[in-house]
Design a protein around this ligand. Structure first.
Ligand code: 13P
Ligand code: SF4
Length: 304
């Protein structure tokens, strides 16, 4: 068996030879974040995918992220090192359910959180991520919007934009939804000096009690630029790596021990090495679906 160091050497050689880039989400394990060409939130990963000139893109994250990369960069070979790294929230809606939701609410535009399949994006009007959701919904020329699939992000947008009526699909992130009010109340008592930074995928009663709400990269940026010394982090534990690396003198606590996304933790250095070596675990999107999904993603990127 190879050591991590040998694996990293092989990965570096393969990515040079094959003109490959490794894009990793902020929730990936530290050793992957350390070797990735880009580490970011969902928006950053899409923006990078849209502009890269690499021949191969390895997406270290979950399935919908690799699909978005393929939709935006159809001429590249897109690899997802672990095929069954999925997102349970994305699986809470499908095209059939979405069509029914649209029939029940005729002529209401659909805003689709990127945590969704290519087919669902194709059936929507515009995409958003957690970092541009407010901007995207504001930009839609309608008082009413359907928001899929995250009820928590949908509710957050609805409360932030009183001029819009947001009708949400009842999906949720099984990781962020686990955080309990008793946990945020306890941490306030234990660390009254700390700022509590929370992802909008958390339930409304958690978001309501937080000091800052944002995407993974927005949380990292906020804590890095802040004069504060202590932070409680209400998103998946993967962000702690960059937070601690960027801010060795600040203290970070996780809001709940339940903030671990098991799908985001499936990928190892070895999976990345094997994907690059064998050029396997390729992600493909049917062209007709891709073109329609591309419209929704492009509209989002234009206003981001
Ligand atoms: P962001 O990195 O865009 O905040 O996404 C969070 C998430 O849960 C991705 O699955
Ligand atoms: Fe899906 Fe939540 Fe995991 Fe993100 S953290 S991939 S939304 S289950």
């Amino acid at each position: 068996t190879m050591t991590d160091q040998e694996m990293i050497q092989e990965i570096n050689q393969l990515r040079r030879e094959k003109k490959a880039v490794i894009l990793a989400h902020n929730y990936q394990v530290p050793e992957i974040q350390d070797i990735a060409d880009v580490v970011g939130d969902s928006l950053k990963l899409s923006q990078e995918a849209a502009k890269t000139n690499a021949d191969i893109i390895v997406l270290s994250g979950v399935h919908f992220m690799a699909e978005s990369v393929k939709i935006l960069s159809p001429d590249r070979k897109v690899l997802l090192p672990v095929y069954d790294a999925g997102c349970p929230m994305a699986d809470m809606i499908d095209v059939e359910k979405l069509r029914k939701f649209k029939e029940e609410n005729p002529n209401v535009p659909v805003v689709c959180y990127v945590n969704s399949s290519a087919e669902v994006k194709a059936e929507s009007d515009i995409c958003c991520t957690s970092s541009n959701a407010l901007k995207v919904v504001k930009s839609v020329h309608s008082d009413k919007v359907l928001f899929i699939p995250d009820k928590n992000l949908g509710d957050y947008i609805d409360r932030q934009l009183p001029e819009k009526q947001v009708i949400s699909w009842q999906g949720f992130c099984i990781t962020h939804h686990r955080v309990k009010t008793t946990e945020i109340d306890a941490v306030r008592q234990q660390h009254p000096e700390a700022s509590i930074l929370v992802h909008p995928e958390c339930a409304p009663e958690i978001v309501e009690k937080a000091d800052f709400i944002g995407s993974t990269s927005e949380i990292i940026k906020y804590a890095t630029e802040s004069d504060g010394k202590t932070f409680v982090i209400g998103t998946e534990m993967g962000v702690l790596h960059k937070l601690r690396k960027n801010n060795p003198h600040k203290k970070f606590y996780l809001l709940s021990p339940a903030l671990v996304c098991f799908n985001m933790k499936k990928t190892t250095l070895r999976d990345i090495y094997l994907a690059l070596l064998n050029e396997e675990k390729e992600i493909l999107v049917e062209e007709e679906v891709r073109l329609r999904a591309l419209n929704s993603l492009k509209r989002m990127l234009e206003i981001s």
